[in-house]
Design a protein around this ligand. Sequence first.
Ligand SMILES: Cc1ncc(COP(=O)(O)O)c(C=O)c1O
Length: 409
Amino acid sequence: MLDINKIRKEFPMLDNKTMQDHPLVYFDNAATSLKPSCVIEAMNDYYYNFNSNVHRGDYDLAAKADKTYESTREIVAKFINCSNNEVVFTSGTTQSLNLVAFGYALNNLKENDEIILNEAEHASNILPWYEIANKLKLKIVFAPLNSLGEVDISSLEKLINEKTKIISIAYVSNVLGSTNDIKTITKIAHNHNIVVVVDAAQAVPHKKVDVKDLDCDFLAFSGHKLCGPTGIGVLYGKYDLLCKTSSMQLGGGMNAKFDSCQNMLLKKPPYKFEGGTPAIAEVIGLAQAINYLNNIGMDDIESYEKELKHYAINKLKELDNIEIYNENNDSGIIAFNIKNVFCQDAGSYFNSQGIAVRSGHHCAKLLPNFLNVIGTVRASLYFYNTKEEIDRFVEVCKHGGDFLDAFFK
Ligand SMILES: Cc1ncc(COP(=O)(O)O)c(C=O)c1O
């Protein structure tokens, strides 16, 4: 059981903040989460007390920065159940997925190979693959979705052939909150020597993710969606695959040696991917965020979010002016529209009532075809949200149509 009152006190953004003169209700957690004080303080502590570069200095401060920075790798490794040398620090999910596309795929795939995606994916898990497809003359194939917006496993299996080399797929969709059966997909894929890349931006913050259990080959996530800072993310990769992945950034910190004859020897993964001065304070903040989530407990976080979602859905279903698109999906994302109201007008209306939601395509610009809508409003919940906030949100939903749709009638 979460101690929600205690938790809320730990987030400065939940301390009597207002928006448009209403108490703030923050329901845009899929875009970015709020940060607890311990994360902000850990980053300040670095800047106030042991500011120095990492992997370079021979003095005490630098040693402390090194130790704190590298201990984060261990915290991340334990969090997702992999080895320390399989954790690459990136700037976020987008950079992690680009590293797989440009560092791995560009060097290991060839003309006419195929990559399987699906229409629910975020731009970060589509556009890098389009670019690689253009460069290598590959084929992109879209796996059909079932009525919940999950990749349909039997249809996916039918798309696989000897040219299929990569399946890249979100664990949890950022629009519908639908959860793909990654474990089954990796099992099928590995029978055909296909590499599975998992976009876990919306999964790692909300549930226990075990890369060994999933047996995925690469997995990407962002710190800022799990109570950590912006500008830091992770690429997990099986070590042998990281060895086959080229570095996108060459420079200081990632090379073992080089000479004037253009010879260079790079460090081993993960260091060969981390050229230049890294986001030190952000890495330190990420460690705190993961410790914070671990202290609360990922299973409790997951079950509380499900409880909140069901509570919200049951209340929203009582309203006849609300169209819900993902009633049966078991995550904290609610995709909906106020009937006859353009989603972005609805977003502005929620803002006027102090409620932060997102509206539009949510960077998944192919999904509206599947849903047959122009866009959706997304209320995305996290473990610090409450049923009282949902009650306020539902009250506001009730009146959305009065204010906006007069000209439609
Ligand atoms: C499913 C999914 N993938 C990728 C991203 C991109 O994450 P970032 O902007 O942190 O790189 C997001 C962000 O919303 C997302 O929800």
